[in-house]
Design a protein around this ligand. Structure first.
Ligand SMILES: C[S@@+](CC[C@H](N)C(=O)[O-])C[C@H]1O[C@@H](n2cnc3c(N)ncnc32)[C@H](O)[C@@H]1O
Length: 354
């Protein structure tokens, strides 16, 4: 692929993503579960590392494997193939070495029929988009499990632990907002929010090729190409922008089970428009995380973190989020300048002492 080829350029993400087992481990998709709290951990499933591979536009439409191929159905010369026409052909299923190793037997698709006891909550949260939510549940329980994005034991509780929990957070998002979902994984919470709220414009930010391939196909199959796009890369890359992609900014930046609050704020606040909010889904750890990281959040330009419970009276337990307003735009701390200031400070201090 050459950099003169606009279409090809626009679909290939940065290379070097190692295939490997999913960060979503069977039985550990609770955001409060420490094993699930950091997608960076686990050498085999790291997001992209600097690999020396040329970095093209990360609005990736390309499945893993032949990552440099234009996404099927991409209009020639299209600058942003993530916005696929609904009629576009879905890409061929992606087979990544190592995917199947986790499951000696091909998983039997779980029954993801909406449990009767959750039907009322689901109707409240998804309204007339409930069928779409059911289609996504089906995708998660089939392709999501086969590709190792979600553990087979999670499949039967997709509604309770994943779809309803994420959809409840929609109440914290203003009408017509631009939402960036950092570390979407298999689409949680970003894709769920897009399903529940057709007024939103959502970008799913995810560095791992296997996950972005699934996301792109899910977006296509659910007919959400007009309102959802997929950015393959890290949050830091999305915020910085590149030659091909302007820096991304959103009114609301969401994240679930991606990192502790200090790291999350460092990655996500630069993506938030001033006055906008980071909305981080957290479990029981919310208050503890605030106590530990409020100082770091303030240094990053964030306001006082607040805890909100979402879906009260609809789901039990309600979803817990930490919200941080981006109050100030803080530039990156330059190590050299900081060291110079501190040397200058010491010299000035000595001068005053004399
Ligand atoms: C444990 S998974 C959670 C996925 C999804 N949010 C969920 O709740 O199921 C963490 C995800 O964050 C992604 N991730 C880790 N570091 C990231 C970064 N700096 N920027 C964007 N995504 C990142 C990982 O690739 C992984 O998909």
């Amino acid at each position: 692929m050459t950099h003169n080829d606009a279409a090809a350029d626009a679909v290939s993400g940065p290379g070097g993503t190692p295939p490997g087992p999913s960060a979503v481990r069977p039985g550990s998709t609770d955001p409060a579960d420490p094993a699930f709290s950091d997608g960076m951990s686990g050498a085999a499933d790291r997001p992209m590392e600097a690999s020396g591979t040329p970095t093209d536009s990360p609005f990736s439409g390309a499945p893993a494997g032949p990552a440099e191929q234009p996404y099927p159905g991409t209009p020639a010369g299209s600058a942003d193939p993530a916005f696929m026409p609904p009629s576009a052909e879905p890409p061929a299923p992606v087979s990544v070495p190592g995917d199947q190793e986790e499951f000696a037997e091909p998983p039997v698709p779980a029954d993801v029929t909406l449990p009767p006891e959750l039907a009322e909550a689901a109707r409240t949260l998804f309204g007339d988009r409930l069928d779409l939510a059911a289609a996504y549940a089906e995708l998660l329980a089939t392709e999501g499990v086969v590709r190792g994005l979600i553990g087979p034991r999670e499949a039967p509780r997709i509604w309770e632990r994943h779809l309803l929990n994420c959809a409840a957070v929609a109440e914290r998002i203003p009408e017509g907002a631009t939402v960036l979902d950092v570390g979407s994984g298999a689409g949680l919470p970003g894709l769920v929010l897009a399903i529940a709220r057709p007024d939103l414009t959502v970008t799913l930010i995810e560095p791992l090729a296997r996950r972005t391939s699934f996301l792109i196909e899910a977006v296509q199959q659910l007919g959400l190409t007009k309102m959802v796009r997929v950015f393959r890369g890290r949050a830091e890359e999305a915020a910085a922008g590149s030659r091909d992609t302007p820096p991304l900014r959103g009114d609301i930046v969401t994240a679930r089970a991606v990192a502790p609050l200090d790291r999350l704020a460092a990655w996500c606040l630069p993506l938030v428009v001033p006055g906008g909010r980071l909305v981080a889904l957290k479990g029981a750890s919310a208050a503890e995380e605030i106590a530990e990281h409020a100082g770091a959040v303030a240094r990053l330009g964030g306001g006082e973190p607040e805890v909100h419970r979402c879906g009260v009276g609809v789901i039990e337990p309600p979803a817990t989020v930490i919200e941080v307003v981006r109050e100030r735009v803080v530039g990156p701390v330059r190590k050299k300048a900081a060291a110079k200031r501190s040397r200058g400070g010491r010299r000035a201090g000595r001068g005053r002492d004399r």
